[in-house]
Design a protein around this ligand. Structure first.
Ligand SMILES: Cc1cc2nc3c(=O)[nH]c(=O)nc-3n(C[C@H](O)[C@H](O)[C@H](O)COP(=O)(O)OP(=O)(O)OC[C@H]3O[C@@H](n4cnc5c(N)ncnc54)[C@H](O)[C@@H]3O)c2cc1C
Length: 599
């Protein structure tokens, strides 16, 4: 007789205490939707609303205007707004990525709590748990995988939690006497990176490691590991986390740091957003700011496939010799049109020094004018790092690098990099990533790497993000990264290869604005074919959870490697009933793909 039938036959509920907590009879098997009888009553919603100071909002889906009248002026205006990340961020109903062909399309929750503080967060978590609801958490809303939206759910929306406070002598709670005080910044979990950079760098002349895209949310990025342009020098954003205030599934507001709830703290450093609890505040390490930073931006076009092969081979060797260190980050792109596009940044070099670095490569290109054309807009130079995110300074110096929120009344400080503009309101066709180990830069492996890059570029454009692999970073930053939950492969990688494709704002069911599924599927195949060429030389690489394939096979291993087992144990301890669910998150394999039914 098995355990279940024994209990049934004994007819005894008094024996239920024998069940381990994870198998409790209260455990949800299926979460409720608005059409279910178990959906909370109006009175219950009213109680939640009162508890959160009236900040419970019914969620209106703006795309309904287009679904009803695709040709209307309202719909046209909406599609213009869907190119503005601040419009998207200011709405609980839409997400920065609008969908992914054959995977998901952005859908609104039924209600959202526009939380103001940890008490609101706890009230939301408790309400969702007690009423067996699907809970979703939206911060900056930049998830490619659609993990910050879910239909028929209650949304915890952190947008209004944007306070930023600098500390001269921060010591994590419970660490007094064991940790030296240090400079730090505490941010509300709805803060976006531009706000953190404004306070720490522009105003205070210091540095905090965050993300590249200005409108990404701090909480989402830190929980996935997080890279910025200068991560080759300063390491992972997650490694800079000193303390988090987090509401766990039981509704407790906890402090997590190296001395208190250290297992939860470790999991929050790269174990993936929306999985271990709802973060209400984060405190991050603040560093000294070097005087200079800058970049190299140019494109070289090869006149033939053969010349392109030689160009890639030359670049790989040059990268190993001159750029494989903690000063140079960001990207090189290899395209089917036989172009090499350099879009890299450096830290700590002045203009003369940065040009000197590139001169040997530019000389090599110049030696073969019949084979290579260098674009006329080449820029290699430096600027004071303090002004990197300084909107006024950039305007004054005619650096046309930002797009601005043009909504009436919007703050002129609402800006985003032009380079990220193409991904606002994006519908993903295909997206894959792979860490490339530094062994591929060794003398006897460079040929193989160059050949793989060329072969991959025959299918579609390949991007190498050098700042998203920590080989070449200072040893203390590599050590700090090893103390996070990220896949340890990040420490051995010189770059993260990203291959991705997609289209501008589109939504299923809106005539004239439907995602192009046929084109998208073809593009996804090209992405996959191209990445397989790189996998052939870097099979054990792993993928970056935040920038990866929705259909990632063996995601547990790809995202977290050997750390997955420890993450699964932390998940079981703090969220045994799986209140926090995201697609391909730790513990998600126990749920249906929509997070409603326990398998
Ligand atoms: C245009 C663009 C550029 C990007 N650039 C970079 C880059 O330079 N470097 C990099 O490392 N990544 C980058 N990313 C990836 C990005 O870091 C991740 O998608 C990140 O998770 C987004 O965080 P968010 O808060 O903006 O998004 P959201 O979609 O709101 O959140 C992401 C995940 O975290 C969860 N989450 C959010 N807030 C909380 C919270 N308070 N508590 C618990 N869970 C929470 C959500 O539920 C969701 O599962 C980029 C993405 C885009 C779209």
């Amino acid at each position: 007789m098995n355990r279940r039938s024994f209990l049934k036959q004994s007819g005894s509920t008094s024996l239920l205490w024998l069940w381990p907590r994870g198998l409790s009879a209260r455990r949800a098997v299926r979460r409720v939707r608005p059409s279910d009888s178990g959906w909370p009553s109006k009175a219950a919603w009213k109680r939640l609303s009162d508890e959160v100071g009236g900040n419970l909002l019914p969620v209106e889906f703006p795309l309904n205007a287009c679904l009803r009248a695709p040709e209307s002026a309202d719909c046209k205006a909406l599609f213009a707004d869907l190119k503005n990340p601040y419009f998207i961020g200011d709405s609980p109903a839409v997400t920065q990525t609008l969908g992914w062909i054959d995977a998901w399309a952005s859908q609104p929750s039924v209600y959202a709590v526009a939380a103001r503080n940890a008490a609101d967060v706890a009230a939301t978590v408790n309400f969702a748990r007690e009423n067996n609801l699907r809970l979703a958490v939206k911060g900056g809303g930049h998830s490619y995988q659609g993990t910050s939206n879910a239909p028929d759910s209650l949304l915890l929306w952190t947008r209004r939690m944007q306070e930023v406070a600098l500390h001269a002598d921060f010591v994590p709670q419970g660490c007094q006497g064991t940790r030296a005080p240090q400079r730090a910044v505490t941010v509300g979990s709805g803060t976006i990176w531009l706000q953190a950079y404004d306070a720490v760098t522009t105003k205070a002349g210091a540095y905090v490691q965050g993300g590249g895209c200005t409108t990404v949310g701090v909480a989402g990025l830190v929980q996935s590991g997080g890279f910025g342009s200068f991560s080759k020098h300063y390491g992972l954003a997650a490694a800079g986390l000193l303390e988090a205030e987090v509401v766990t599934a039981d509704g407790q507001v906890r402090i997590a740091n190296a001395c208190t709830n250290s297992d939860l703290f470790w999991a929050l450093k790269g174990g993936g957003g929306g999985t271990f609890g709802a973060v209400s505040k984060l405190t991050l390490r603040v560093r000294d700011l070097p005087e200079w930073a800058g970049g190299a931006d140019f494109t070289v076009k090869a006149s033939s496939d053969d010349a392109y092969r030689r160009l890639i081979r030359q670049f790989v060797g040059f990268y190993r010799e001159a750029l494989f260190n903690d000063r140079w980050g960001e990207q090189a792109h290899f395209s089917p049109e036989n172009t090499l596009e350099i879009s890299m940044v450096h830290i700590g070099l002045d203009t003369g020094q940065s040009r000197k670095v590139w001169q040997p490569f530019l000389d090599w290109v110049a030696q073969s004018p019949g084979s290579y054309t260098l674009d006329s807009h080449m820029v290699i130079g430096s600027m004071p790092l303090r002004h990197w995110w300084d909107v006024d300074w950039r305007r004054e110096h005619h650096h046309e690098v930002f797009k601005t929120d043009a909504r009436p009344g919007a703050s002129p400080a609402n800006v985003w990099w032009k380079g990220d503009g193409g991904q606002v309101g994006w519908v993903v066709w295909g997206f894959e990533s792979l860490w490339l180990p530094a062994e591929l830069l060794e003398d006897d492996a460079q040929e193989k790497l160059a050949a793989a890059l060329f072969a991959a570029s025959r299918s579609t454009e390949v991007e190498l993000h050098f700042n998203k692999g920590l080989a070449g970073a200072p040893p203390e930053e590599v050590a700090a990264a090893k103390d996070t939950a990220m896949n340890p492969a990040v420490c051995a990688a010189f770059a993260l290869a990203i291959i991705a494709d997609g289209q501008g704002p589109a939504y299923p069911g809106i005539a004239g604005r439907e995602p192009d599924a046929a084109k998208g599927r073809k593009a996804a195949e090209a992405v996959h074919r191209a990445m397989n060429e790189l996998r052939a030389v870097a099979s054990a690489g792993g993928a970056y959870v935040s920038e990866s394939n929705f259909f990632e096979p063996d995601f547990e291993h790809a995202y977290w490697g050997a750390n997955h087992a420890r993450l699964a144990a932390v998940k079981k301890k703090y969220d045994p009933d799986g209140l926090f669910f995201v697609h391909n998150g730790v513990g998600s394999e126990q749920w249906s793909s929509d997070g409603f039914t326990r398998l």
